[in-house]
Design a protein around this ligand. Structure first.
Ligand SMILES: Nc1ncnc2c1ncn2[C@@H]1O[C@H](COP(=O)(O)OP(=O)(O)OP(=O)(O)O)[C@@H](O)[C@H]1O
Ligand SMILES: O=P(O)(O)OC[C@@]1(O)O[C@H](CO)[C@@H](O)[C@@H]1O
Length: 310
């Protein structure tokens, strides 16, 4: 099975409105409310693709209870640690006339030392039964930036592969534990390398090699509609995503991670993994909800993804 870890779970609300203007009243005509946060999205996409998955992390308060009930409705297996305080609400405001999305993300609850210990034990137990453990998203308050590194180490010691999709100090510190796979987008990659991402710049590619030397096997820089650039064991690949009419691109990165996890779990060769990950990411863009794919879309888009490289 695959385990996903969401430290900062959320009720994801997506508001569709004809027009959104700051400082004005905006009326919403369509609302979706879903259990979310990046790792929960990854788990849902893995489940929709037909593979066994368990979601863990922290849940708190009545929002946490709402998320738990939502996971049950979606038949998603879960094993969360209860915390004091409230799990957060994340808003995605979609302005249909401009075709723009604005996200408003709460910081999440304060996490105690005791809850962090409990989650480390849960991750160790689940990792022993898993091929892959995916860590995704921001850190709620009180969680130190090296917590992902600790959980990645626990995962590797338990014999599973660790995937990490984080940003800023959490990513910077997490990669010190050498996860098997990371998926920064261009912005996150620029933060990590200290310079704007440019796949033609040799000095940046050399920095990727330094990351490989520290044990990181696969680095996918996701590029939205442009696809992804991947460095795998010092070999380079360029994936072109299919052209499509995007409905909602929030969660595309999570669907990409889910596709990659499924493909690695199935033992596909690297080019097959990259194509499947991109097809899953692109399929998410076709759905109104964040962190959803129709498996038929994934199969169809797989035929339209191209992978160039070694
Ligand atoms: N507009 C689009 N058209 C086609 N494919 C897309 C589009 N946007 C995203 N994708 C697919 O999804 C993958 C991941 O997208 P992206 O780089 O936007 O992730 P992200 O920034 O991490 O997203 P998020 O944080 O919202 O989950 C891309 O590599 C691509 O395959
Ligand atoms: O604050 P984080 O954890 O970085 O991001 C949270 C979030 O924006 O990411 C998902 C889309 O990838 C949404 O479901 C969720 O609301």
């Amino acid at each position: 099975m695959i385990t996903t870890v969401t430290l900062n779970a959320a009720i994801d609300k997506t508001y569709y409105m004809p027009r959104f203007s700051l400082g004005r009243v905006s009326r919403v005509h369509n609302v979706y409310a879903e259990p979310g946060g990046k790792g929960i999205n990854v788990a849902r996409v893995i489940h929709l693709l037909g593979y066994p998955v368990v979601a863990t992390g922290f849940l708190g308060g009545s929002n946490g209870e709402w998320i738990r009930r939502g996971l049950e409705r979606q038949e998603l297996a879960h094993d969360f640690v209860n915390v004091d305080g409230e799990s957060r609400l994340c808003l995605n405001l979609i302005d249909e006339s401009a075709g723009e999305s604005t996200e408003v993300l709460e910081p999440g609850p304060e996490i105690s030392e005791k809850a962090m210990e409990q989650l480390a034990e849960t991750v160790q137990r689940l990792a022993r039964q898993s091929s892959i453990v995916c860590f995704s998203g921001s850190l709620p308050r009180g969680v130190p930036s090296d917590y992902y590194a600790r959980l990645v180490t626990v995962t590797k010691q338990a014999g599973a592969k660790a995937f990490l999709d984080a940003s800023g100090p959490a990513l910077q510190s997490g990669i010190k534990a050498a996860p098997c796979f990371i998926k920064p987008n261009q912005e996150e990659m620029a933060q990590l390398l200290g310079s704007a991402w440019n796949e033609k710049q040799d000095t940046l590619l050399e920095q990727l090699d330094t990351l490989h030397q520290s044990g990181l096997e696969t680095i996918s820089v996701s590029l939205g509609a442009e696809g992804a650039y991947t460095s795998h064991s010092m070999k380079r690949y360029r994936v072109r995503a299919p052209h499509l009419r995007a409905v909602n691109t929030v969660g595309c990165g999570d669907a990409y991670v889910a596709g990659m996890a499924v493909a690695v779990h199935r033992g596909l060769p690297i080019k097959g993994c990259l194509a499947y990950a991109a097809a899953a990411g692109s399929a998410n863009a076709l759905t109104a909800r964040a962190g959803y794919v129709d498996p038929l879309d994934v199969e169809e888009l797989l035929g339209q993804v191209t992978v160039e490289g070694e």
